[in-house]
Design a protein around this ligand. Structure first.
Ligand code: SAM
Length: 324
């Protein structure tokens, strides 16, 4: 194999997902290959709408109020928010993917984050696709794992001092063969995104890495609705769970707790003799149950960062101070 075709996972992910022919450059890639909360539709949009209303109320209902979704995918959530009458707020989608055709014209779509805004920043399954390096502990210490375009791996160079310091603090690798993903680029990406928020609340929703459990690392691929071996050839999503502990946050809670706080119950409806209404209520309850399922989307973590206002989900979750 040509040496030039071997790259670290961070470099390989960046090209495979966001390069000129990258996986996320085409419209609608997420929904074609995997399912996110946004794909459940109305229930998810209604819950997020309730969250945004709380923040808007807490800030005294300012006229200039913006909801930014970074990593907006195919715009399903923002379209849902617009459909609920949230158009009195500015709605902004940020994604490298092209503007979705179906998006209401009131929604702004841009490739990068706006400079400064008051309102709510949403990052749903965004941080898990911010490229990271994979590290494996060898007899010579922690080394970067390199990958070929066909998915073959080999052990590469020693990790930098900065990455080693991050690993020692947040995701120590204990035994030879153990793996970790270096979340430092995600800490930086989150810090940059939150810095754009002048006043308001930022929420990141993602599947959390647990170093004590994830000793083989979490990097994986998704293609055509199936979990597959990650191959950085642009044909699939490549994702790794997010280490929440190293991210700046006011509080962390599970999606299940966050959604219950926002009025999602998952309760089965009672049959009242109206078949059509009952079937519709049953479908709604099914969507709620999918979002609350502790073994699925309900097991996702919500990371909340408040700036100049209270935590709108303060009655639940683990409150913790910001990272020093
Ligand atoms: C896993 S998808 C989630 C999409 C959507 N939030 C959802 O829940 O269905 C991640 C999205 O983040 C986008 N993305 C990742 N990094 C980005 C960046 N630096 N700038 C803009 N978009 C980015 C990808 O293009 C992709 O559409």
């Amino acid at each position: 194999m040509d040496n030039a075709e071997w790259r670290t996972w961070r470099e390989a992910m960046a090209t495979a997902l966001y390069g000129p022919n990258g996986f996320y450059r085409s419209a609608g890639a997420p929904a074609r290959h995997f399912r996110t909360a946004a794909h459940t539709g109305h229930v998810w949009a209604t819950a997020i709408d309730a969250l945004v209303r709380r923040v808007h109320d807490d800030l005294g209902r300012p006229d200039e109020f913006t909801v930014v979704e970074v990593g907006a995918g195919h715009g399903e959530l923002l379209a849902g928010l617009a459909g609920l009458g949230s158009s009195r707020w500015n709605l902004v989608g940020v994604d490298v993917a092209p503007r979705p055709d179906h998006l209401p014209s009131t929604i702004e779509w841009r490739p990068g984050l706006p400079g400064s805004f008051v309102g709510v920043l949403l990052a749903v399954e965004w941080l898990d696709v911010v490229p990271v390096d994979v590290v494996e502990l060898t007899d010579d210490g922690p080394r970067l794992v390199e990958v070929h375009t066909d998915g073959a791996e080999r052990i590469g160079a020693a990790v930098s001092d900065r990455d080693r310091a991050w690993l020692d603090r947040w995701w120590p690798v204990a035994e030879v063969g153990d793996r970790a993903e270096v979340g430092r680029p995600r800490d930086e990406a989150w810090g940059d995104a939150v810095s754009r928020l002048q006043t308001g609340v930022a929420v990141a929703v993602d599947y959390a890495a647990v170093p004590a459990r994830d000793v083989a690392g979490t990097l994986t691929g998704y293609k055509d609705g199936r979990q597959v071996m990650p191959v950085p050839d642009g044909s699939m999503d490549i994702t790794a769970h997010v280490l929440f502990e190293s991210l700046t946050a006011t509080a962390v809670l599970t999606q299940r707790d966050a959604l219950r706080e926002l009025g999602v119950s998952g309760a089965r409806p009672a049959y009242d003799g109206e078949t059509a209404d009952y079937l519709s209520a049953l479908s709604h309850a099914g969507d709620e149950a999918e979002l609350l399922d502790p073994g699925g989307l309900g097991g996702f973590g919500w990371l909340v960062q408040s700036k100049g206002t209270r935590n709108p989900l303060a009655t639940t979750g683990t409150v913790r101070g910001s990272r020093p």
